[in-house]
Design a protein around this ligand. Structure first.
Ligand code: TLP
Length: 354
């Protein structure tokens, strides 16, 4: 579909392709709350197999996947260790506090990453005063880290420390697909270091709705219960599961194009005076910083929007662009041109370093 808009706000904006819609229309369905939707069952088996885990549960969103997993691993008053910039802190409406009654111990580190010593330093002593450190959450790729990818040896180190401290671990793998394309690792190679892994079908994979949580049968039984408690049990969900199955089959390899487009966009934007690329571009995301002389990131996004390019301001001077299935190379080139036009100093507006 070509609406004339280059929509770089997120990889969540993709619309189902006609082949995906055909798969959805043809889906055999049942009642998944009663446990007999054959397409949901097939998706759960397939995603568990891909992640190398015994069981999986289909959920409506990545946020619910993370929150049901957090709830399954913790009790109120426990503490969850996660990077300061993680999605569960910034973008899930305070749900860890509201739904699970847990505290979060935020860790620092470049691009959403941290290391074994950070985990060691964050685990609380077991005494009558401290909360119990219960769960480590890792996000790969890391959204606010620029779509950054965790190296396997770093994952091994932090997961090993979590286990040594008796913590459970959860991988927010909303975009683990991108990490796999960037590194050549299979999803199960990442997943095997964690008790649970969540992944999204609705981002780079291009399905309209849906995520999954994978783990042991016992843990997934708990996640399934909390999915119901949080209002996420769905009925003829096979229509949605069919889109996810189609995406898993047909849309994984093509994400390499999104990564190439992101690199091209970063090269183009990095050459524009007044704009800079603050984070390495490893997958499908490009963040750029705006010199104050050009206005705020929100103002730049507004001017860009008037030129048919949509992006999101994620900080006062930072803009995020995400490449995906509905953006081709020509659209990226157009976006670079429009961003350059938006950034060009106009009379009365001067660049600090011009
Ligand atoms: N991220 C969205 C927004 O919420 C920011 C986006 O546009 O990137 N984990 C990660 C790492 C995510 O980036 C997201 C979505 C989620 C979980 C939640 O997924 P949904 O939106 O399905 O609840």
């Amino acid at each position: 579909m070509n609406t004339g808009i280059v929509d770089l706000r997120s990889d969540t904006v993709t619309r189902p392709t006609s082949a995906m819609r055909a798969a959805m229309a043809a889906a055999e369905v049942g009642d998944d709350v009663l446990g007999d939707d054959p397409t949901v069952i097939r998706l759960q088996e397939r995603i568990a197999e891909i992640m190398g885990k015994p069981a999986a549960v289909f959920v409506p969103s990545g946020s619910m996947a993370n929150q049901a997993a957090i709830r399954a691993h913790t009790e109120p008053g426990d503490e969850v260790i996660a990077h300061r910039d993680s999605h569960i802190i910034h973008y899930e409406t305070g749900a860890p506090a509201a739904l699970s009654g847990v505290m979060i111990r935020p860790l620092d580190g470049p691009a959403g990453l941290f290391d074994a010593a950070d985990v060691d330093g964050a685990v609380r002593p077991n005494n009558a005063h401290s909360p119990w450190s219960k769960l480590l959450v890792v996000e790969n790729t890391h959204n606010r880290g620029g779509g950054s990818v965790w190296k396997m040896d770093r994952i091994e180190r932090v997961a090993e420390r979590a286990r040594a401290h008796g913590l459970k671990s959860h991988l927010d793998g909303a975009r683990v697909w991108n990490a796999c394309i960037a590194t050549g690792h299979a999803p199960a190679e990442y997943a095997r270091h964690f008790d649970t892994v969540s992944c999204c079908f609705s981002k780079g994979l291009g399905a309209p709705v849906g995520s999954a949580v994978c783990g042991s049968r016992e843990t997934i039984t708990r996640v399934h219960r909390f999915r119901k408690m949080f209002g996420g049990a769905m009925r003829q969900a096979g229509i949605l599961a069919a889109a996810a199955l189609h995406a898993l089959e047909h849309h994984r390899e093509r994400m390499a194009d999104d990564h190439a487009n992101a690199r091209r966009l970063a090269e183009g934007v990095g050459g524009i005076r007044g704009l800079s690329i603050p984070l390495p571009v490893e997958t499908n995301m490009v963040f750029f910083d705006v010199e104050p002389a050009l206005g705020t990131a929100a103002a730049v996004c507004e001017r860009l929007s008037a030129r048919g390019v949509w992006a999101l301001a994620t900080a006062p001077q930072r803009v995020r662009c995400v490449c995906h299935l509905d953006v081709d190379r020509a659209m990226i080139d157009r976006a670079i041109g429009e961003i350059a036009g938006t950034a060009a100093p106009s009379p009365g507006r001067s660049l600090a370093h011009a």
